[in-house]
Design a protein around this ligand. Structure first.
Ligand code: ATP
Ligand code: MG
Length: 247
């Protein structure tokens, strides 16, 4: 890591930006990923760079949904790998999920670099390299998934996902948990559980909730999922952005 002034008011944001730059240098993150980061930063700035209450509730509902799942999968792209590799490994362990690499701009080199990066951070089994399954109604490269991963998953976490693929996955009947700072993006709108929060805060918080709910019975978990209202969470996030929660 580089030397960033910790008392800088935008410290977290600078750190995030630096991780994405390092991701590009390592061949993990695409140049498109830099643009996605910029867009995310703008929304996070407007949210006051904090986890709003409705996002925390979404993260708890997501944890409950993952614990209820038969075959949960966490989808990882170049930005996710650069920003939260160890945290994704922790979440996967807490909810017993698989990790699958899924890229918008899929190249063998980037797939390998991300797999190596995830393994360096403790991932044992990394899916996505077999690509023997397809998401219907998507063009060739973007449609590729592992048949025994996202292909057969019942619950998928898709952070920073492209709207097209989010819609196609929902059309396959998957329960989608989307992490996306833009409450107006199609990805967030498609999700069963939209989490409008920075992935840097969202993933560790989901893990905390999962640990907290580890021994809860199915009825309790189902009640948490049922009580969550995705549309209300999206309007709440939009209202927070419009109100300007900046300190
Ligand atoms: P679409 O309308 O197809 O959903 P999009 O506008 O969302 O497209 P992308 O660049 O593919 O375009 O998506 C990246 C999304 O990820 C953006 O909505 C951006 O706000 C969000 N994002 C970027 N960085 C982060 C982050 N660190 N945490 C959470 N969300 C992020
Ligand atoms: Mg999107």
């Amino acid at each position: 890591e580089i030397d960033l002034p910790e008392d800088h008011p935008r410290y977290q944001s600078l750190l995030t930006r630096h991780r994405i730059e390092a991701g590009v240098d390592k061949g993990i993150t695409s140049k498109q990923g830099l643009i996605a980061e910029g867009r995310g930063e703008a929304f996070d700035y407007l949210l006051g760079e904090q986890t709003i209450e409705s996002a925390d509730a979404a993260e708890r509902a997501a944890a409950a949904q993952l614990l209820l799942a038969e075959q949960p999968v966490l989808s990882v792209n170049g930005n996710v790998a650069a920003l939260v590799a160890p945290e994704i490994v922790d979440l996967a362990a807490a909810v017993d999920a698989d990790i699958e690499i899924n890229l918008f701009n899929r190249t063998p080199k980037r797939m390998e670099a991300i797999a190596t990066h995830l393994r360096e951070h403790g991932a044992e089994d990394v899916k996505g390299l077999t690509a023997d399954g397809r998401i219907p109604n998507l063009s060739h490269e973007r449609a590729k998934v592992d048949a025994d991963g996202i292909g057969s998953a019942d619950v998928v976490v898709v952070p920073l996902e492209d709207g097209d693929r989010a819609e196609a996955l929902a059309a396959m009947g998957k329960t989608e948990i989307v992490i996306d700072l833009n409450p107006l993006s199609r990805s967030a709108q498609t999700a069963a559980i939209p989490i409008v929060d920075n992935i840097i805060r969202a993933v560790p918080n989901m893990t905390d909730h999962a640990r907290d709910l580890q021994s809860a019975d199915r009825e309790t978990l189902e009640a948490i999922v049922d009580a969550f209202d995705g549309a209300a969470a999206l309007s709440d996030a939009e209202a927070a952005i419009r109100a300007g929660e900046l300190d």
